[in-house]
Design a protein around this ligand. Sequence first.
Ligand code: G2I
Length: 453
Amino acid sequence: MRTSRSSVRSRLTALFAGAATLGALLAAGTATAHAAGPPLRDLAEAKGKVMGTAVTGSKLTGTYGEIAGREFNWLTPGNAMKWGSVEPARGSFNWAEADQIVDFAEAHGQEVRGHTLVWHSQNPGWLDNGNWTPAELGRLMDDHIALEVGRYKGRVAAWDVVNEPFNEDGTYRQTLWYNGLGTDYIARALTAARAADPAAELYINDYNVEGVNAKSTALYNLVKSLKERGVPIDGVGLQAHLIVGQYPSTMQQNIQRFADLGIDVAITELDIRMQLPATQAKLTQQAADYKAVMNACLAVSRCTGVTVWGFTDSDSWIPGTFPGQGAATPYDENYNPKPAYHAIAQALGGGTGQPTEGCTATYSVGSQWNTGLTGQVRIACAGASLSSWKADWTFGAGQRITQAWNATCTQSGTTVSCTNAAWNGSVPDGGSVTFGFNAWWNGSNPVPTVTLG
Ligand code: G2I
């Protein structure tokens, strides 16, 4: 890292914010609890890496917000900071979603990756359709960068200053910027961003540059020349929009060569798509591919970490862009962690030796009244199976189990321990079992995290 700034803000803020979301969870009546294991952000932090996700501001409530806050320590606005989002009409600005995401990140002890300042796509019509002289275009770009980076000065840790400058063969993409300003638009944009927030890390971000190939070599040569010229550049973003079974075998080598230039590398938009429907075999292969990406980053100290491009299949760009494909993220559409989630956790040092790896327990409140509730725990396995199980949790607010079915539950103090009944100990790969219970509560009824053993 260029500066010594801590990549993660106070955990206290995060814990406080986590407590505040419990009410929202209860209102929804259900919450996803994971099999044993700390959140990805904690595992990543212990490894000195960041674990990020792209987010949509309007969705940052309920279960989506709870997972975004709990599992990740970096957020990238998926669309909210793009030029077309922030200045749809010339001189008319809309910062609402971008502000909301930055506020959410600060409340949850997270850093923000600003995305993106200079791109050929998702620009406002007035910009794309203008007939600009080079001087006008350069001024527009400078002013945009000064305004947006300046607005979030000290609050956005890293910027994707220039996005997707290359064609697949390593030539420069013919864009508004390239056509008007030549290759120098890149150095100019980086210089303007540095002036607007000297503490922010400045990146060039592109796709299909994960392995060693013509495009990544063009990016490498660009960074090398920028460094030689003294242009401010702190890192490259490898987007990593991958396809199941096609992990680029030279990824670690490629990350290393960029690191050897004296810059950081971030995996900025990881998703791994497949032809639908998802099968166990594809999800298992996807988990292996996610793990391979994590391992490539973990192996290079200047790889700062990994951001997934949406954490749930319900908030992914893939189905809209590649009809018939999807299931590209670590959580399914109902916020259940997929084998890919567990593979990420395992790569980050979690879950080792857990017989339940690949199995999850989901606690949900079916109904609740006065001082009573009926709840259910669903144990589901994907990429793993169980022949017996034990599901434990701590009731945080004095709740007490009064009755259970399809499991034997005991409670000692605040600790509840449930073991399988004779008929439902076996959970096959791809299958699930549920058990139910009644409990007493009073005052508050927070949702516990279930540990599988
Ligand atoms: O295309 C995937 C990513 C490639 N790298 C740069 C990223 O910025 C890019 O993200 C995607 C967003 O995830 C999509 O959400 O960029 C797309 C545009 O190229 C975004 O799609 C757009 C849709 O095309 C619009 O119809 C929609 O209004 O998202 C907009 C907001 O939902």
